[in-house]
Design a protein around this ligand. Structure first.
Ligand code: NAP
Length: 242
C-alpha cells in the first residue's frame, strides 16, 4: 500500500490534495485538528470515488500528540510507509506587530513551522531506509514577499522555505525530494473574510485560485517523475508578483 499523509486534510487545500492523491492510487492518512465532520466528509468523498483513506487526528502544533498518534501509526504499520508527506496544516492570526500578542506569535509559529520539523522528522526515517520519498510543504506568498499584518505568518512560512531548501540538500542522494508550494489567494475558509472583488484587481488572472488548482501542483511535485526537482518553491498564485 502506497501511503500519503496530508496534514490539515479536513478542509480547503488539504482536502483537495487528499482527493487528488487518492485518485492517483495512494492510501490517504487524513490529519486534522478538531473538525471531525469535515474530516469524515473528506474520507467519504475519497471512498465514494473508489479510493481508500483513514483519519489520523492530532494537533500538528503539539509534539507530544505527533509522537503519540503519528508515531503509533508508523510503528504499527511496518509493512507500509508514508512515501508522500504533505505538510499543509496552517493557521493565520493577523495583527500589526506593535499589537501582536505573545499567543498570536507562538501559535502561528508552532502550527506552521514547528509542525514541519516534528512531523517530517518522524516520517523521514522510513523514507530514508526505503530510499524514496516526496515531501511537499505548503507555504505562502506571504513567506516569500512578507505581508503587513502577518509578521508571525510570514516568518513561519519563510522558515519552512529555508528548511525545505536545507533538507532537500540533506536527503537528495536518498531519493527523497523536498519542495514547497506557495499559494496566493485560494478560495477556502482561511480567505472567506477577504474582499475578493477588491483583491482580484491585483491578481493578473483576476480571480482567486481553487483548492484543486493547488492540489494539481502538489500531485506534480509528489509524482515519481518529479525526481529531479528538489529544494524549489512553486508559486500557485495567478501571476501575483512574488
Ligand atoms: P483552511 O481551509 O483554514 O483549513 C485548514 C486545515 O488545517 C484544516 O484541515 C484544519 O483542521 C487544519 N489545521 C489547522 N491547525 C491544525 C493543527 N494545529 N493540527 C492539525 N490540523 C490543523 O486552510 P487552507 O486555506 O486550506 O490552507 C491550507 C494551507 O495553505 C495552510 O498552510 C495555509 O497557510 C496555506 N495557504 C493558504 C492560502 C489561501 O489563500 N487559502 C494561501 C497561502 C497559503 P480542522 O478542520 O480540524 O480545523
Amino acid at each position: 500500500m502506497k501511503c500519503t499523509l496530508i496534514t490539515g486534510g479536513s478542509r480547503g487545500i488539504g482536502r483537495a490534495i487528499c482527493i487528488k492523491m487518492a485518485a492517483l492510487g495512494y492510501h490517504i492518512l487524513i490529519n486534522y485538528k478538531t473538525n471531525n465532520d469535515e474530516a469524515e466528509k473528506t474520507l467519504s468523498l475519497i471512498e465514494r470515488a473508489g479510493g481508500t483513506a483513514e483519519l489520523l487526528q492530532f494537533d500538528v502544533a503539539d509534539r507530544e500528540q505527533i509522537h503519540a498518534i503519528l508515531g503509533k501509526w508508523i510503528t504499527g504499520n511496518t509493512e507500509n510507509y508514508i512515501e508522500v508527506l504533505v505538510n499543509n496544516a496552517g493557521i493565520t492570526d493577523d495583527s500589526l506587530m506593535a499589537w501582536m500578542a505573545d499567543e498570536q506569535w507562538d501559535s502561528v509559529l508552532k502550527t506552521n513551522l514547528d509542525s514541519f520539523f516534528y512531523v517530517t522528522r518522524l516520517v523521514l526515517n522510513s523514507m530514508l531506509s526505503r530510499k524514496y520519498g516526496r515531501i511537499v510543504n505548503v507555504v505562502s506568498l506571504s513567506g516569500l514577499k512578507g505581508l503587513a499584518g502577518q509578521t508571525n505568518y510570514s516568518a513561519a512560512k519563510a522558515g519552512v522555505i529555508g528548511a525545505t531548501k536545507a533538507l532537500a540538500q540533506e536527503v537528495g542522494r536518498q531519493g527523497i525530494t523536498v519542495n514547497a508550494l506557495a499559494p496566493g489567494f485560494i478560495k477556502t475558509d482561511m480567505t472567506a473574510d477577504l474582499n475578493e472583488k477588491e483583491l482580484n484587481a491585483f491578481i493578473p488572472v483576476k480571480r482567486f485560485g481553487l483548492p484543486e488548482e493547488v492540489a494539481y501542483a502538489a500531485a506534480f511535485l509528489a509524482s515519481p517523475e518529479a525526481a529531479y526537482i528538489t529544494g524549489q518553491v512553486l508559486s500557485v498564485n495567478g501571476g501575483l508578483y512574488s
